[in-house]
Design a binder for this molecule. Structure first.
Ligand code: ASP
Length: 360
């Protein structure tokens, strides 16, 4: 029997058409473009159903609401398909991939995000291979992960990051090997693929936004969907000469989480006064502070150097080799459940979905 894939089209360059104001997503364009792609009619291709979001979005405009929408679609349609492909703009694709990896607990089927740097309607488009290969992987691979396929590589979604705004190899997962490579053949690197029973996922019966968890199909290993609540989260990138007082106003009780992008292994400048006030405010307001590294590779481990001492005192936690995308979305995930502050901090430092290597 032919495999079936659900193709969710959210927008992005892949489905853009030339309008009077430059390239923009166009409703109905994808359906028409796919209908004339002969390669999709070949016997080895799976059947697919296209679901187009309305409105189609440039991914710069994708946020918590759309992540929840995508997660809900996958949950509701989970039993009907062998896998899912999500067409998405490249700008925030790594964020959406990370978000879905946390949202969808107990995943047993591939969810593959892809898009393109050049629109499908253009001569030198990279969309054709990205789309065809993503469909094949979603149909056949059985990889129980949220992944990102782009430029011949299949990456773990919550390890991926956009590395180029104009190259066709636009993504990398600097701290984790590729899950698969599509050369002459599609080669799956089985030992890099997550065991579906690995790790843990946090499950609570009630969550803060009252949206509840959804279960698809009533299987023993049901998909556990956790919608995110729209918490206030900040990302603070440290730079030489940073004047921490500039950021004092954002340190309110509403700020539930802050990702600090520190130097190297988790270091920040030692100008105590202003930083201390910032960190004290975080502690008093019960804001979860997570420290990641600005380096493309490697980990932030607090306590390695003296310069991370104030962060430890303030109760900040090491983000190890989390990407900023994974750190932000993991915060959303944990903050969207009825978890105690200490539990959230503990879980931020533990691997839940293959997103971090943890202390080494
Ligand atoms: N701005 C576009 C988007 O992220 C870029 C792309 O798709 O490549 O939607």
């Amino acid at each position: 029997m032919k495999k079936r894939v659900c193709l969710l089209h959210t927008g992005g360059t892949i489905g853009m058409a030339l309008t009077d104001h430059g390239y923009a997503p166009k409703a109905g364009f994808m359906e028409q473009a796919l209908s004339v792609m002969d390669e999709l009619k070949l016997p080895e291709m799976p059947e697919y159903d296209l679901i187009e979001f309305s409105p189609l979005l440039d991914s710069s405009n994708i946020s918590v609401k759309e992540w929840n929408q995508i997660g809900r679609h996958i949950t509701e349609l989970y039993d009907k398909y062998d896998g899912f492909v999500i067409l998405h703009g490249t700008d925030t694709m790594a964020y959406t991939a990370s978000a879905l990896s946390f949202m969808l607990g107990g995943l047993t089927k591939p969810v593959v995000l892809t898009g393109s740097q050049i629109p499908l309607c253009q001569l030198r488009t990279d969309a054709r291979d990205n789309l065809v290969t993503a469909l094949l992987i979603a149909a056949e691979s059985k990889i129980p992960e949220v992944c990102l396929y782009f430029g011949s590589a299949l990456l773990r979604g919550n390890r991926s990051t956009k590395i180029s705004s104009d190259q066709l190899i636009a993504f990398d997962s600097p701290n984790y090997p590729k899950l698969a490579e599509a050369g002459v053949r599609i080669t799956i690197n089985e030992r890099n693929v997550r065991n579906r029973n690995a790790g843990q996922y946090v499950r609570r019966e009630a969550d803060n936004d009252g949206a509840g968890h959804g279960e698809a199909g009533g299987h023993a290993a049901a998909l556990d969907f956790t919608p995110f609540a729209e918490h206030q989260i900040a990302v603070l990138k440290i730079f030489p000469g940073i004047q921490f007082e500039v950021f004092e106003n954002i340190m309110t009780e509403q700020l539930k989480g802050i990702v600090i992008e520190a130097f190297g292994a988790g270091n920040i400048p030692d100008q105590r006064g202003a930083l201390d006030r910032l960190l004290e405010a975080a502690k008093a307001n019960r804001t979860v502070a997570v420290v990641c590294t600005q380096c493309l590779r490697g980990s932030a481990v607090l306590g390695k150097y003296e310069t991370s001492g104030s962060l430890i005192e303030a109760g900040a936690v090491s983000g190890y080799d989390l990407t900023v995308e994974a750190a932000v979305t993991k915060l959303y995930y944990l903050l969207s459940q009825n978890l105690a502050l200490e539990e959230i901090k503990l879980l931020m430092g533990q691997d839940l979905r293959g997103e971090m290597t943890g202390p080494v």
